[in-house]
Design a protein around this ligand. Structure first.
Ligand code: G3P
Length: 217
């Protein structure tokens, strides 16, 4: 499973990228706003750091405007994936950009039907939002399972990019289901390493090493 980092914070991207943990980056208007930077400038910098797909989202709502914005975003770098919302305008834009050889990430997906439409429109990535479904006491992971089944039934090549990831458990569960990608905030990726027994075992090893005077010199 590929790891994408869901942030526009350069330092956090660099830190995880140096560890080989970054296969791509996703941003959205809220993350760009949080960065306080110009979208074209910060996206260009991200593309200079990460060789994998970098999702940059349009802010227009009508297809013609989305297409114009998408083409502008695609010009930033070859690894840009233009992010469009799962609306009919977004699906129309997805089809046109995909036909032009531009990667498209269809976002704000909350149902299997929406994911089916995105695959039919040729999306490179579909972004089902797990956490926001869980927030409503619905089952975000069940949506990932449903999309995986449907895409495998018919050989759709659209990559399932599980998004709105809120926990390390989401990461492992998505991997068990067979999501192609998870995009997560840096802190969630870091939390994957945490286990109380690891901490406890390491403390015991260090205490015994000190007691025995073990030195590797
Ligand atoms: O970037 C898309 C998605 O990951 C947003 O996550 O936590 O705002 O629902 P969240």
């Amino acid at each position: 499973m590929k790891f994408f980092v869901d942030t526009a914070e350069i330092d956090q991207i660099k830190e995880l990228n140096d560890l080989g943990m970054v296969d791509g980056v996703t941003t959205n208007p809220s993350l760009i706003a949080k960065s306080g930077r110009d979208i074209l400038e910060v996206t260009k910098e991200i593309c200079s750091i990460v060789s994998g797909p970098v999702s940059a989202e349009v802010v227009a709502l009508e297809a013609d405007d989305m297409l114009a914005e998408g083409r502008k975003l695609a010009k930033i770098a070859d690894n840009i994936a233009v992010k469009v919302p799962l609306t009919w305008a977004g699906l129309k834009t997805c089809k046109t950009l995909t036909d032009d050889g531009i990667m498209v990430n269809v976002t704000l997906c909350f149902s299997a039907n929406q994911a089916l439409l995105a695959a039919k429109a040729g999306a490179t990535f579909i972004s089902p939002f797990i956490g926001r479904l869980d927030d409503l006491n619905m089952d975000g992971l069940e949506l990932i399972e449903d999309i995986r089944t449907i895409y495998d039934n018919y050989g759709f090549e659209t990559n399932i990019l599980a998004a709105s990831i809120r926990s390390a458990n989401h990461m492992s569960e998505c991997a068990k289901i067979g999501a192609d990608v998870c995009t997560a905030p840096p802190n969630v990726i870091k939390a994957m390493a945490n286990h109380v027994l690891t901490d406890k075992g390491l403390a015991a090893f260090m205490a015994d090493a000190e007691k025995a005077g073990i030195k590797i010199v």
